[in-house]
Every structure is written in C-alpha cells, then in structure tokens.
Design a protein around this ligand. Sequence first.
Ligand SMILES: CC(C)(COP(=O)(O)OP(=O)(O)OC[C@H]1O[C@@H](n2cnc3c(N)ncnc32)[C@H](O)[C@@H]1OP(=O)(O)O)[C@@H](O)C(=O)NCCC(=O)NCCS
Length: 199
Amino acid sequence: MCGSWSDVILRPMVPTLETRRLILRPLELGDVEQVQKLFAHWEVVRLLNARVPWPFPEDGALRNIRDAALPAVARGEAWDWTLRQKEEPERIIGRIGLYLGENNRGFWMGLPWQGRGLMSEAVIAVTDYWFDVLGFPVLRAPKAAENVASRRISEKMAMRVVEVTESEYVSGRLLTEVWEVTSAEWAAWRAANAVGSRG
Ligand SMILES: CC(C)(COP(=O)(O)OP(=O)(O)OC[C@H]1O[C@@H](n2cnc3c(N)ncnc32)[C@H](O)[C@@H]1OP(=O)(O)O)[C@@H](O)C(=O)NCCC(=O)NCCS
C-alpha cells in the first residue's frame, strides 16, 4: 500500500480539464524544463507582475513550480494547469491558474501559439471551474491597462472594471485595471454563449 486515507483526503485534487482544442493538465514538477523554455521571453513576461524576476534565471521555472506554485496547490490556495493541444499532448504551450486572494486568475501563452483563440478557450474552462466546482461568488483579475490581449479576454467574457490603480510590472510601474465578474454574470454569459469552450 503506497498511501493512506489521510493522504487522499488532505491532498487537494486538481482535475484535468478539456476544451475543444486543449487539454489542461494539472501542473507538476516534470513540467519545469518545458515551462522554462517557453516562459523566459520578454514579450511573455513584460506585462506580468514584478514578482516575476527579469532577466529570468535559469532555475526560475524550477523555483516557481517547486517552491511556490505546487505548495500553494497543496495548501488548497491555487489550482494550476499547463496547456496542451489535443493533437500534441506532451508539448506544453502555456499555463493558466486560479488563486485565492486579490488576483484570482492568471495565464500566459507561449509566443508561437498566441493569437489563435486558445487562451480564450482555457479561460472559459477554468472560470467554469471557479464558479461551478469551487463555488466562489466572484472572480477578480487585475491586469495592466495596456495589456490589450488580456483586457480583450476580460471584456468579451462579461467582466467589468471595478478599480483603476497603479502597480509594478516586469516592465515598470503601469496603470492597472481590476476586472471582475460575479457567478450570476458568468452564468448569464455562459447561457448566452452556449457553445463555449467545449463546443
Ligand atoms: C494574454 C494572452 C495569454 C492571450 O493569449 P492568446 O491565446 O493569444 O489569446 P486569444 O487568441 O484567445 O485572444 C484573446 C483576444 O485578444 C485579442 N488579441 C490577442 N492578441 C492581441 C494583440 N496583440 N492585440 C490586440 N488584440 C489581441 C484576440 O483577437 C482575441 O480577441 P477576439 O476573440 O475578439 O478576436 C497572451 O497574449 C500572453 O500570453 N501574453 C503574455 C502574458 C500575459 O500578459 N498574460 C496575462 C497577464 S494579465
């Protein structure tokens, strides 16, 4: 026997999710090498929170995944997935996560896969998970006002700007918009967009 009931009960489970084109696989330590290669690019990091170190160290992905992301998942404070295309499931193309606290959702897509509508699919899947499975009443996501692609995702998926402030990003101090959607707003948007992530 290789575990106990307490292991099963105490270890929060992050399920694999699917969209029409994507598999969202729970983050694991074995993802470090691919994430390091895909993430360490200026165009990926420049509008992320200044907690992301730049220049990105060679062990940056290892330290993030081993020391921060997986422990947060184990504490039940985060739900973190790598993104893969169904046609090539071993290759990581991006990452998405849900978090307790001030910023409830974060994501990035590797440069070769941007602009294909893939993150929009992943966002629908994890937002469904936030409201329908985890049962939270509201989702909030601060983002740089100049992050047009990320803003567009919020804008087209029923979110509203509830606060404008400034914060530190990898590329410096920038205007921040805090976007919000309630579970009722999300349910209404999903009902009106029935095809959604799986269609
Ligand atoms: C934000 C990000 C994840 C979007 O991923 P993506 O897979 O390219 O997103 P999608 O293809 O689903 O596009 C989302 C929307 O943004 C639009 N968009 C994408 N890139 C754009 C750009 N450079 N300029 C303007 N609009 C853009 C798309 O047209 C789409 O809108 P539409 O459905 O009305 O056509 C990606 O640009 C990224 O990884 N950026 C760097 C990391 C980052 O900033 N993460 C978010 C932090 S808040």
